[in-house]
Design a protein around this ligand. Structure first.
Ligand SMILES: Nc1ncnc2c1ncn2[C@@H]1O[C@H](COP(=O)(O)OP(=O)(O)OP(=O)(O)O)[C@@H](O)[C@H]1O
Length: 317
């Protein structure tokens, strides 16, 4: 089990991370969800041992991880990091890159392992291609395979699918995350992709300015978004006064997602003027104004600019 207790971390004067405490059991997947610059990569680098943690400690089982000031080679043998700038050798072939991480004691076994790894990241066709001739997304897939070569106990993935096209991304995510589960490999991913975090993780740690904003299961996170920042990860959410939808006298606001609103046949307190309808395949996302604020809601049909609509909370929700 990995136990992370970061009281604070600063690069120089500026505190980057504060009060980040969590544990990760074998085979579990934690997503660190946060906007650019909030400290996700820094957190992974601390766990991996690339940065020195003065205020806090990181344990793997009973072992305290010492960090770069106390170890000759940063990093731990049971842990692999796939960083944003992946470390793969450009002037060797894909197979040679993967092979460099295998035992080389049994050629036949290594060959089979290389084929299995290439299959896992759908790179079989590039086995003998020089890495320098691969696209960014293909290099990212090789970096993932390389990290898996030694069967780590913990895998740290920094934006692992950021260069991968939409045609392949969903299938590859399913393959990689299922592979990790089947092999009981724990995983921490840094991401701003909420769909990936919701679909594949056991726990999500949402960060804001280096501190915990929300922590829990994907269902918990989705049901408990309460601020514009939190909702911002899940599309065009609205932050609306609660009293628009009830007789309660309150100045509180609530997050309402576009799919939670629908047009009402009767006049409601939420009367909006349509600005534009965007086709989304299964529905239209309508952008409208309500007292100078922008509101988004879903509609099965395209609505014309200037149309006046009353909205209510969808009964389907
Ligand atoms: N080596 C460094 N020295 C000083 N400041 C740094 C260093 N590396 C990162 N930072 C700063 O620390 C903060 C967190 O950076 P970090 O890379 O961890 O964010 P991130 O959430 O991973 O961002 P992104 O999603 O854009 O990769 C940023 O303000 C960044 O400018």
């Amino acid at each position: 089990m990995l136990k992370v207790e970061i009281d604070s971390f600063s690069y120089s004067e500026k505190t980057i991370l504060k009060n980040i405490h969590f544990t990760l059991k074998p085979g579990k997947h934690l997503s660190i969800l946060g906007e650019s610059g909030c400290g996700k990569s820094t957190l992974l680098h601390l766990v991996y041992g690339l940065l020195h943690l003065e205020n806090g400690s990181i344990f793997f089982n009973e072992k305290k991880l010492l960090g770069p000031t106390k170890t000759l080679i940063p990093g731990e043998p049971f842990m692999k990091l796939v960083a944003q700038k992946f470390n793969i050798m450009p002037f060797t072939t894909v197979a040679e890159n993967l092979g460099s991480h295998l035992s080389r004691l049994n050629e036949e076994k290594d060959e089979k392992r290389i084929d299995d790894l290439l299959e896992a990241v759908e790179m079989e066709a590039f086995k003998n291609t020089m890495v320098k001739n691969l696209s960014g997304g293909q290099k990212q897939r090789v970096a993932l395979a390389k990290a898996l070569a030694n069967e780590p106990e913990i895998l740290l993935l920094d934006e692992p699918f950021s260069n991968i096209d939409v045609f392949r991304k969903n299938k590859l995510q399913r393959k990689i995350f299922n592979y990790l589960k089947e092999n009981n490999i724990s995983c921490i991913t840094a991401t701003h992709d909420s769909e990936e975090a919701l679909a594949f993780s056991d726990q999500i740690l949402m960060l804001k300015n280096g501190t915990e904003e929300l922590f829990g299961t994907p269902e918990f996170i989705y049901k408990n978004v309460a601020t514009k920042y939190q909702a911002g990860f899940f599309g065009d959410a609205n932050l609306l006064p609660k009293n628009l939808f009830s007789s309660e006298e309150t100045s509180e606001k609530m997050v309402v997602f576009p799919h939670q609103l629908e047009i009402s046949d009767e006049k409601t307190a939420l009367e909006v003027i349509v600005k534009k309808s965007y086709f989304k395949g299964t529905h239209f996302l309508v952008e409208a104004t309500f007292k100078d604020e922008t509101i988004f809601f879903n509609s099965s049909i395209s609505l014309k600019k200037g149309k006046l609509c009353s909205l209510k909370i969808s009964e389907k929700d």
